[in-house]
Ligand binder design. Sequence first.
Ligand code: ASP
Ligand code: MG
Length: 455
Amino acid sequence: MKVLKFGGTSVGSVESLLNVKDIVESISEPTVVVVSALGGLTDKLIATANMAASGNPAFREEMEAISLRHFNIISNTVKEAKRADTINKVSQLLSELQKIFEGLALIRDLSERTLCVVVSYGERMSSHIVAAMIEGATRHDSLEFIKTEKWFGKDIADQKLTSTLISKEFANPFNKAIVPGFISTDRDSGAITNLGRGGSDFTAALIAAALDAEILEIWTDVDGFMTADPRIIPEAEVVPFMSFIESMELCTFGAKVIYPPTIYPVFHKNIPIKILNTFNPTAPGTLITDNQLDNKFPIKGVSTLRNTTIFTLTGIDDDRMSEISTRTLNALARHGIKIFLLNHDDSPNEYSFGVAGADADITARQLLSEFAPELSTASISAPIRKDSLSTIAMVGENMKERSRLAGRIWHTLNRDGIIVEAYSAGNSDTTITYVVDADKADRALELIHGLVFHE
Ligand code: ASP
Ligand code: MG
């Protein structure tokens, strides 16, 4: 049994959908096919909902364009025999969506909950189209079996319940099962939720893990993981193999190939992931597995996490370091803020970490409130915040053995006038990170990629 996931660009046009059809129909074994919304539609739905809620009547034209796009795709991909039925199903969803937009325009308000409902229509519609297009396919509704729970105000997958429900849903033999990605329902209230932007990958991973699939194939619009973003480094190459941890680190540090949570469920079951290109289906892609040693690329890639903010707590008494760091981690975890640690070998009285720029304000507020007692007696200094940075991560196994390369990179960056604001090598054996000024990030990537792959 295989699980295939097709992203937005793969299901975004008539031409690409015909590729999807060929790819899926050429597989003889039972296959679950998880689909995203038509490319760009989720953004469009969010923008249109905001338009409606702000009273801008142009939302009606947007709605019209969304409808036309779906009808056009149906007429050019779905066979005559199933066309009327598909148009019917999609029209019903479109008319619900239209009513919701009209409602938003009347109420002039858009809640998080409502936005979850609005964006769910993307995958609900695309999955009907793909199910009608593929020979012998049946549609399975993920709203019934992908369940989330609330965790610090966020919807996160309830993996145990979801796994049980998936096993039940797919207990009977099937040939091709089409599933909308991304969307889910709250396990307690039944309200429509989702797995976060890019979450269709995660839907596919949850299904692959629950059904013990032989492989999870992520079909996208690039040839696989590359040694760097090819838009910045034209000579970047496709990496044929990497480990689960390496792919996880690259995605955490900005490689947009897969949604980072995707890797965990399949990693635990040792199910390989293959990244493949719908627009170049014969390319070998990238295989993510722990069973393949790859000597050609001991370092798998260099990625950039843009918009990083660094916080530093200074003047910490040695004896209180573990207490201060624990309290920091707890305060941020309570708000679901993800951090990456930075080592400060040369300044034992400091504690530094990086967060995404989007989380910087809330992080600052949490630090001020957590350490209010210490700040009022000046027993630690006010947290120092540095915005507008980028984090460049070099990922590969046995990074600890690469201190000479790491040192050379540091010098090369310095020679080029790029100051390394923070550096980290001690926390994992897979990643070394350099934090630099955001507007120097592309140049730094170029220099690092050059040193790693071309010298
Ligand atoms: N359609 C959703 C998004 O654009 C989920 C996905 O494509 O994975 O974020
Ligand atoms: Mg994606």
